[in-house]
Design a protein around this ligand. Structure first.
Ligand code: PLP
Length: 380
């Protein structure tokens, strides 16, 4: 089954035929409005704002929460570089937190990294595996911190009955080419907080955002950027959103199948990476005893060793490690209350876990990973 098909084609043609390519030019309800409606219903949240990338969604969420110069934002050392870059875009600094064997933020190290200047936590639900949100929210409440869930890699996943991204103060999603639903580029922020939404909405539209029928805000207008989602993107995302739960069910089915196949293969020296809501797991990672075994497994088609996934690993975030701002006078590190550094060994537990871990591809549209050993066939 291909993830994009005739419904997306028809949706794109509808937009082109109508000729309204931006939401504000739409005669009638725009595709972007309808996509946001779908997001609100699917994720059971009060507000949803479609934007043009996951990175812009992160920036909007930080702006929404009022994070800025002098603030420290806790981010995991294993995530796409955008999670760490976004705080810098609003003048704050990222502080690295170890992951644990679930491949998500370690709540124990999280609490260790809190200082009087910490304002926000960005837990990241990596590769369709969810964070330990109960533990993270407990730390956040105890220290009065904002939680922005980065659910870019986990659209639709559930954690104890709630959708990833709907548990913290806000949640962000990416719809780039590699995500559960995709439009090439695209993103969204969701929240139940009116002020966060009003600020994010204003920022994403050069500070002139007005949608008075949908929210009331006395927030004064401030300067923003253009992070608006094009109508074509919203149109092709809508049918995918409708299919999302079915697609996730197929990923879970494929996960169970591959776990059985691995067990049947007689391979030893690995464990399935623990999951914080096992029944909902739609990602699969293996944790090997020995990094060399992980390396060999990662060479198999359909598998990848996590330490080899480029800018998902903090040691490959060159611009951040070098603390190189966009302009010498726009330097968030100069505004920080204490020196923040990122030595190569800042997060040794993360490096050890990533060197021993491999992810296994579960996307239904891709061929079954080549380590399959049994003769049973599998539904695509
Ligand atoms: C965890 C995570 N956060 C943020 C992003 C940024 O999303 P985008 O590429 O849409 O800007 C990504 C994208 O790969 C991601 O995987």
């Amino acid at each position: 089954m291909l993830s994009l098909g005739v419904r997306e084609l028809a949706a794109a043609m509808r937009v082109v035929a109508k000729g309204d390519l931006g939401r504000y030019y739409s005669r009638g309800t725009s595709e972007t409005d309808k996509f946001e409606q779908g997001l609100r219903a699917t994720l059971d949240v009060r507000h949803a704002l479609a934007v043009n990338s996951g990175t812009s969604a992160l920036i909007c969420a930080l702006v929404g929460a009022g994070i800025g110069p002098g603030d420290e934002v806790l981010v995991p050392a294993y995530t796409w570089v955008s999670t760490a870059a976004a705080p810098l875009a609003v003048g704050a600094v990222p502080v690295l937190v170890e992951i644990d064997e679930s491949l998500t933020m370690d709540p124990i190290d999280l609490e260790r990294k809190i200082t009087p200047h910490t304002k926000a936590i960005i837990p990241v639900h990596m590769i369709n595996l969810v964070c330990d949100m109960d533990a993270i929210m407990k730390v956040a409440v105890k220290h009065d911190l904002v939680v922005i869930e980065d659910a870019c890699q986990a659209m639709g996943l559930k954690y104890r009955g709630r959708r990833a991204g709907s548990i913290g103060h806000s949640g962000v999603f990416s719809f780039n080419q590699h995500k559960n639903i995709k439009s090439g580029e695209g993103g969204a922020i969701v929240t139940n907080d009116d002020r966060t939404f009003a600020r994010a909405a204003m920022y994403h539209d050069v500070g002139h955002y007005e949608r008075k029928d949908q929210f009331v805000s006395d927030e004064p207008i401030f300067v923003g950027m253009n992070f608006r989602m094009p109508e074509l993107s919203a149109a092709i995302l809508r049918p995918q959103l409708k299919r999302l739960d079915r697609q996730l069910a197929r990923r879970r089915e494929r996960r169970r199948f591959l776990i059985d196949e691995l067990a049947a293969s007689g391979r030893t020296g690995y464990a399935i990476s623990p999951h914080h809501d096992p029944a909902e797991a739609a990602g699969l990672a293996l944790l090997f005893d020995d990094p060399q075994e992980a390396k060999a497994f990662g060479d198999i088609k359909g598998a990848r060793r996590l330490i080899d996934t480029g800018r998902h690993v903090y040691t490959n975030w060159q611009s951040i490690l070098a603390k190189r701002p966009v302009h010498p006078l726009l330097d968030p590190y100069a505004w920080a209350h204490r020196p923040i550094d990122y030595p190569a060994d800042a997060c040794p537990a993360t490096l050890d876990i990533l060197a021993r871990s491999c992810t296994v591809e579960l996307a239904p549209e891709l061929p079954t990973p080549a380590f399959r050993v049994a003769t049973r066939s599998m539904r695509a």
